[in-house]
Design a protein around this ligand. Structure first.
Ligand code: ITT
Length: 184
């Protein structure tokens, strides 16, 4: 089957393809700007976006809304991650954490799938913010995020390694399981 993935982010597409294509799901990237409302949670942002798109896009599609939540910054940048990445970047985050010993953070991803009804799938990965950027793979905040129990940052991992433990990998896993059970 073929599914439309509404996103402007090629890193997300690479990860979704790597995960879903071996399962027989072809992923077609569709660029279609949708409103990302100002809300407290990723779930609200994803659900609003999916409903808005459902009135404008033919056929089933999914989107992914994700963010980096830093404990000592009370969850910032969270739902504002895309904007903060564009404005402050990884160096801006490192600057905010200068001298801060509590480096705990997590990534969260909400995948919203629309097929006439809305289905959402979530994933989370815990880890810490490194003191410097490491690695050149991945995208976004990957060079400064080291998942718990690993020596490498996400940017030092292959897409396959990252998918096995990441927030998006877990959300895609739940999504793939649901597709398998519901699309017989
Ligand atoms: P679309 O909305 O078009 O899909 P986007 O990049 O704007 O693309 P989001 O609104 O979900 O995506 O923003 C999430 C931001 O959080 C993203 O731009 C990255 O900076 C960061 N992010 C999310 N997942 C990440 C990951 O797996 N690795 C590194 N950074 C990530």
């Amino acid at each position: 089957m073929k599914l439309q993935f509404i996103t402007s982010n090629p890193g997300k597409v690479r990860e979704a393809r790597e995960y879903l294509e071996p399962l027989g799901v072809e992923v077609k990237q569709v660029h279609f700007e949708y409103p990302e409302i100002q809300a407290d949670t990723l779930e609200e942002v994803a659900e609003y976006g999916a409903k808005w798109l459902s009135e404008r896009i033919e056929g089933p599609f999914f989107l992914d809304d994700s963010g980096l939540f830093i404990e000592s910054l009370r969850g910032f940048p969270g739902v504002y991650s895309a904007y903060v990445y564009k404005t402050l970047g990884v160096w801006g985050i490192l600057k905010l954490l200068e001298g801060v010993s509590d480096r705990r953070a997590y990534f969260k991803s909400v995948v919203a799938y629309w097929d006439g009804a809305l289905h959402t799938f979530e994933g989370r990965v815990d880890g810490e913010i490194t003191s410097e950027p490491l690695g050149s793979d991945g995208f976004g905040f990957d060079p400064i995020f080291r998942p718990s129990g690993f020596e490498k940052t996400f940017a030092e991992m292959t897409t396959e390694e990252k998918n096995m433990i990441s927030h998006r990998g877990h959300a895609l896993e739940a999504f793939a399981k649901w597709l398998k059970e519901n699309l017989k």
